[in-house]
Design a protein around this ligand. Sequence first.
Ligand code: ZN
Ligand code: ZN
Length: 122
Amino acid sequence: MDTCTVETGLLKKKPCGHAAVTHCLNCEQALCAQHAVPELTEAGKKTGKFVCKECKGALREIAKNQPPPAVKKPAEPAKPPPRPLPRNLLPLLLRTPPPSPPMRAVSISPRARSERTAQKTE
Ligand SMILES: [Zn+2]
Ligand SMILES: [Zn+2]
């Protein structure tokens, strides 16, 4: 039967020596119930596996240093630069409605004049 190999003691380190109930998932050292740290999933559920305190700390450090799981907010939607108007469209937009035809100066058309003159002569 394995005994817990977690070192205890503040001044003098010595193996715990308790009957091991599991092994560290990471370093595979024997762990007693007291020193086995349940490994939890991200959701906080027990995986049924255990790690030692040291590895737990190390794993936590790793997790801390890793970029957080993909919950990143969608980046600010990049504003598309103001799009220049398509060249072929520009003239259409710039084209002003054709000016209303200028009032024709009341001019006597040659035909009318001739008619008038014709009337005169008659
Ligand atoms: Zn370990
Ligand atoms: Zn122990």
